[in-house]
Design a binder for this molecule. Sequence first.
Ligand code: AMP
Length: 400
Amino acid sequence: MKINFKNKKALVRVDFNVPLDKEFNITDDTRIKNALPTIQHILNQGGAVILMSHLGRPQKKRMDDGGIDVAKFTLRHLVSHLSNVLGLEVKFSPEIVGGVASDMASSLLPGEVLLLENTRFESGEEKGDEALASKMSKLGDVYVNDAFGTAHRAHASTTVVAKFFDAEDRAFGFLMKNEIEHANKVLNNPRRPFTAITGGAKVSDKILLIERFLDLVDNIIIGGGMAYTFAKATGGQIGNSLVEEDRLDLANELLAKAEAKGVIILLPSDSIAADNFANDANLKEVSSYEIPDGYMGLDIGENARKEFSDVIKSSKMIIWNGPMGVFEMPNFAGGTKAIAFAVAEATKNGAFSLVGGGDSVAAVNQMGLADQVSFVSTGGGAMLEMLEGKKLPGIKAISG
Ligand code: AMP
């Protein structure tokens, strides 16, 4: 980071949106751990750190009387764990802006850490309110954004606040910088053959991604529920599989565009079909184009796994977003697992692989393969939007 933090108060936006159990214990502290290098760096240089984050969706889950459920969504739940991992006593401000927050911020000494209350307790946060952002900015001398997971949101603490700091007084944290660099590596320096793997439930969620990939990659592998909309569009019988009837024309258009651009789209030739959306359903391995009535494709079949894996293993650059089947159920996780192993093997043989976007990240973690791919993104929606070619507001706000 270009800023010298000595004797500076750094206002740092982190993503501490961690999962909590019923007693408000943190069940997975990955997001906190991911922010530690940036926090430690500032402290080591002799700065003080003022942390801002959201937790959950308090505005959407207001109580019956319309009030914020402070007991549930307060960031106070994180203080003791954060103090433990940092090895110092983290101070907590019960408000984001206001007299208490500014008194606590102004009396903060170098080497100290102050955590502010949930930014989403302020109704102006998600609206990107300028007055709120201006008040936030007064708490620190410099601003650091390390919350890649919310970089696609133009909120007060993630984006608007940055404009109240001069260009030399605002910076990306290490996590955010790393994410941006890896996404840019894929987008700006493609190595060929370049294969994109997409999966998950819906074509409609991935249209922009597929369209963008048509200008970028050599092969697009399509698995998961979305494959059946393509199978039906090309005249297949898909039984009771997931389908978006209103996207059949679009699916054909995407196939035609791919052909015109010389991009190969691979659809699963066969599927594991089930007579029920349940792990213990009766199964049939069938052609993805001849799924009997009463059955639904819930995973890619053995032939598809082999065909997809062969293409993946001969690729030099790979992006993966979305599972190949209902991987949460063990009987339909085989396809996603086979693809994860193929991506790991390609990576071992020198390919660059990026796994980004919610469920494929969960799948790679679940299979213990996260350290066998080149990069696993921490930002689901944010990474997806970057790969779609959008300029994220949280990034623009820092780099201009
Ligand atoms: P997405 O959030 O769009 O990446 O979708 C992920 C979800 O798609 C996961 O919860 C999967 O269980 C689900 N999914 C994957 N394949 C299928 C399928 N063949 N049928 C129904 N749901 C699927």
